[in-house]
Ligand binder design. Structure first.
Ligand code: NAD
Length: 477
């Protein structure tokens, strides 16, 4: 049975309760896991608070060295961690390898910032004094992670937090705890001191993290309704929050676009990870002149995405993560069809005995999806793409912005003026121009509108795990 990681202890829940983690492709039990609660969060927060006193005071170059060694050790275990990730999450082994590698690389990327970000020296009008702005770590940080990219989204929080000198209480999604435990265990084996990252498990630990008085900052990736609840709760103690929430990213393709490049990016953007991505291509607006040609290319790509168990080498798309999640996407597809949308590809479940026990669904493309359909107004968190013809860029931008979300967006065109307008006018934290929808380590990533606020990735993420303090030194003149 898996255990929680709280400082030097590998522990069950204080309540003794457990639950099962199941494989979304087969329904088999992968492992039993402690169902933690507030008492376990308290223990983890106390441990993280105690460790903060030593970890935050280490010379920054030593923190950098420790994190590099730990990341290297973890990267030596990518294969076993990836297999575990596929078993608990469902994604293909290729996707899991990429994600497990990204975990270690992210720790290493932020390790390099540990001793590179400095404060400032400031001249003051009274020359017998001078000012400093010093940057300090915040303290214990809570990291709450969803199930779609369990490792990437844990690393996005843990890596900048610990590089900056904070300690962490980490809560993976209850359905995907095992690969996260393996990653943290590998970091500890590689030299990360016990207590710097503590892992608590079970649904009830999320709220307990937000409520715990020793935890000073909350970083959540999750749905927009969860973000609102967490922000309201965190406000009671005025905690800092970073919220990476839902999205419904538009993609606009104009008549002068490179259609091959666009089809590839849209297919990856919509179908990678079985469509369970925050940054994704969730609404497609195509100018009339290239609609048919682009649909032909997209359908050809979708037809190659063989669904199956992520551990099979021929599988190109794993199952959805849960039955509820699949039912939600199926209801959104049905709503669009009932309103008159045309099924251009997929629309149902793949047939065959091998699909009976898992949450499989076909990659789906729907054309002429009418206004008001749920696929336009809600986040579609699965491999189904609504498409609509547009007359021009104005219509594309108007429809693209017609959403409460503002996470990502993209445009395909060879007209630089059109691209520039889209960059200026699309309301989103990211715009890709003629490029694959990939979040880069080097660029700050985060939403606007109801997709949340705060940044992950980039120097900006590191800074958000520090606090500035102003200092005046007198009597020096
Ligand atoms: P979710 O909101 O249900 O859960 C996310 C995490 O929050 C889980 O660990 C859950 O246990 C915890 N949680 C739930 N309620 C809580 C509460 N009241 N207090 C504290 N913690 C609580 O989301 P999900 O279904 O696991 O993930 C899918 C959602 O995440 C989608 O909306 C997706 O767009 C979003 N997402 C956003 C990003 C991003 O970076 N913006 C990335 C990936 C996923």
């Amino acid at each position: 049975m898996a255990t929680m990681i709280i400082e030097g202890e590998r522990t069950s829940a204080a309540s003794g309760k457990t639950y099962e983690v199941r494989n979304p492709a087969t329904g088999e039990v992968v492992d039993k896991v402690p169902a933690g609660g507030p008492a376990d969060v308290d223990k983890a927060a106390q441990a993280a608070h105690k460790t903060f006193a030593t970890w935050s005071k280490l010379p920054a170059n030593q923190r950098r060295e420790i994190l590099h060694k730990a990341a290297q050790h973890m990267l030596g275990k990518v294969e076993e961690i990836a297999t575990m990730l596929t078993k608990e999450q469902g994604k293909t082994i290729l996707e899991s390898r990429l994600e497990a590698r990204r975990f270690g690389e992210n720790i290493a990327w932020f390790a390099d910032l540990a001793d590179k970000v400095h404060g400032q020296h400031v001249r003051l009008p009274d020359t017998t004094t001078y000012g400093l702005v010093v940057r300090k770590p915040i303290g214990v940080c809570g990291a709450i992670v969803p199930w779609n990219f369990p490792l990437t989204l844990a690393a996005n929080k843990v890596a900048p937090a610990i590089a900056a000198g904070n300690t962490v209480v980490l809560k993976p999604a209850s359905t995907t705890p095992l690969s996260t435990l393996a990653c943290i265990e590998a970091l500890i084996e590689g030299g990360l001191p016990e207590g710097v990252v503590n892992v608590v498990l079970g649904q009830a630990t999320g709220e307990a993290i937000v409520e715990h008085p020793l935890i000073r900052k909350i970083a959540l990736t999750g749905s927009t309704p969860t973000g609102k609840r967490v922000m309201a709760k965190a406000a009671e103690q005025l905690k800092k929050v970073t919220l990476e929430l839902g999205g419904s990213d538009p993609c606009i393709v104009l008549d002068d676009a490179d259609l091959e490049g666009a089809a590839r990016a849209i297919s990856v953007g919509r179908f990678f990870n079985c469509g369970q991505q925050c940054l994704s291509t969730k609404r497609l607006y195509v100018q009339e002149g290239v609609y048919d040609a682009l649909m032909e290319k997209l359908i050809a790509r979708a037809s190659k995405l063989k669904p199956g168990n992520g551990l099979d080498k021929d599988t190109r798309m794993g199952p959805m993560h849960t039955e509820t999640q699949r039912a939600e996407v199926e209801a959104q597809i049905k709503d669009a069809i009932d309103r008159g949308a045309k099924v251009l590809y997929g629309g149902g479940r793949p047939k065959g005995a091998e699909y009976d026990k898992g949450w499989f669904i076909e990659p789906t493309i729907l054309g002429d999806v009418p206004d008001g359909a749920r696929m336009w107004t809600e986040e579609v968190f699965g491999p189904a793409l609504p498409v609509r013809k547009i007359k021009d860029l104005d219509e594309g931008i108007r429809l693209g912005n017609d959403t409460p979300f503002g996470l990502g967006s993209s445009i395909w065109t060879s007209n630089m003026a059109a691209a520039y307008r889209a960059v200026q006018e699309l309301e989103a934290g990211y715009t890709w121009v003629n490029a694959l929808v990939i979040a880069h380590d080097e660029l700050p990533f985060g939403g606007t509108k109801q997709s949340g606020f705060g940044k992950e990735h980039g120097v900006e993420a590191f800074l958000q795990y520090t606090e500035e303090k102003s200092v005046v030194y007198g009597g020096v003149g």
